[in-house]
Design a binder for this molecule. Structure first.
Ligand code: ATP
Ligand code: MG
Length: 391
């Protein structure tokens, strides 16, 4: 699918702006604080229904304005769709082809994958950040996952509240069994999804990492989970979970929180057999982060059959030229929207020609197509299935 155009009215620092995109690479260049991230945010927001940086939805409305809308024309094959989100006195409304819609429907019609500088810290960050990475992408690609995740979080909250309440009133302990069952049933489903996802992620990230590191280093991922330590059938996961949760009941009551379950999962990223988070250099951690992030594009396509639009917000300037080139090569089948403060590099190196726009103080104007110069080096085609590290 492709996005043909985007219109923003009273969106952040855009008063009334329409952008018509190229089907391939779209570069938005501009100085700081001109509206590049706001444009990326508008595309992300329209697709996902939340902003990757605003805490409250109100923040995206231009200061001192009360009404706003953002809309996009997208095409899937020969079919055109219109997506529109507006907020005014009568409230908020999202429509897909003029009919009220849910965001889950919209993100299927208009899938995006965002890559921003903060993603480069995914290896260094705490486990919560890596869980968010898995949850966001799995929720986008598999609607059932989103549902189970929500139910699991609700059950976990209830169980934790009950654990605390039992300290005051021991007779409430009888209620714990029911919540244990819920947690086990829902949590086992989550673990099952994550196991399958991590297997794909391991294969995809390994392949991309080889390209990025010039074959010098080997990346592998391990799913770290305190219920089961190897791939298993759903019923075996449930059995193991039920045992573990029974074993940890005393600790849970003592701590007033649940210490067993996928809410504590992590992905351990290894480079050359050593944990990247602890032993990797900054460059190695960044390369591993890029490999994880770019894997999402292939995995999304494998799971849904759709090529998502790739949004790169100011990511290239953070990287050296060979990494920049490799990234562009890896996303060359996708439509992309790329922001930067200087488009010269793209003009020099992109083979297919690119659409260049300038962003200045909330106004976007079209530059020209880039020169067609140098060919990019092609990546390795090593397709070797290599997922035994997931265990
Ligand atoms: N609700 C809003 N209404 C009006 N302007 C806003 C609103 N929210 C943010 N802005 C302004 O939009 C401007 C552009 O922000 P944006 O983050 O898009 O810049 P940028 O081009 O990505 O800059 P950088 O290169 O520094 O990342 C900022 O000056 C900011 O103050
Ligand atoms: Mg920005």
């Amino acid at each position: 699918m492709k996005v043909r155009s985007l219109t923003m009215r009273h969106y952040r620092n855009y008063t009334d702006q329409t952008v018509v995109f190229d089907e391939g690479v779209n570069i938005f260049s501009g100085e700081n604080a001109q509206g590049k991230t706001n444009l990326i945010e508008a595309l992300f927001f329209l697709s996902r229904g939340y902003s990757h940086r605003a805490v409250r939805k109100q923040e995206i409305i231009t200061f001192d304005e009360s009404d706003m809308y953002v809309s996009a024309e997208v095409t899937r094959g020969d079919v055109r769709h219109n997506i529109r989100y507006k907020t005014d006195q009568s409230g908020k409304e999202l429509t897909l082809d003029q009919k009220k819609a849910k965001h889950s429907q919209v993100s299927r019609t208009f899938p995006v994958i965002l890559f921003e500088p903060d993603d480069l810290h995914i290896i260094k960050a705490g486990p919560e950040r890596r869980r968010r990475f898995i949850d966001e992408e799995l929720s986008e690609a598999i609607p059932a996952y989103r549902k189970v995740l929500k139910q699991y979080r609700r059950a976990l909250k209830q169980r934790n509240a009950l654990l605390k309440a039992i300290r005051q009133d021991a007779t409430l302990t009888v209620m714990l069994d029911g919540w244990d069952e819920q947690l086990v049933a829902l949590g086992s489903k989550l673990i099952s999804y994550r196991l399958a996802y991590l297997k794909r992620l391991n294969t995809a990230a390994k392949k991309i990492h080889r390209i990025l590191s010039g074959e010098r280093e080997e990346l592998s991922l391990m799913y770290q989970n305190n219920v089961i330590d190897r791939p298993a059938y759903q019923r075996d996961i449930e059995k193991a979970f039920a045992e573990k949760i029974a074993e940890s009941r005393e600790t849970d009551l003592e701590k007033g929180t649940s210490v067993t379950g996928p809410h504590l999962d992590d992905i351990v990223v290894m480079i050359g057999g050593r944990e990247a988070r602890r032993f990797g250099s900054q460059g190695q951690q960044r390369t591993a982060a890029i490999a994880l992030k770019l894997s999402q594009i292939d995995i999304y396509e494998a799971l849904t059959g759709e090529l998502p639009i790739v949004l790169l917000d100011d990511i290239l300037s953070e990287l050296d030229e060979s990494r920049q080139r490799n990234i562009l090569k890896l996303i060359d089948r996708n439509q992309s929207v790329i922001t930067c403060t200087n488009a010269d590099f793209m003009r020099r190196h992109h083979p297919e020609g690119i659409a260049v726009f300038t962003v200045h103080n909330g106004v976007i104007s079209q530059g020209g197509k880039g020169d067609q110069t140098e060919e990019l080096p092609s990546g390795t085609e090593d397709e070797k299935e290599d997922s035994q590290d997931i265990n």
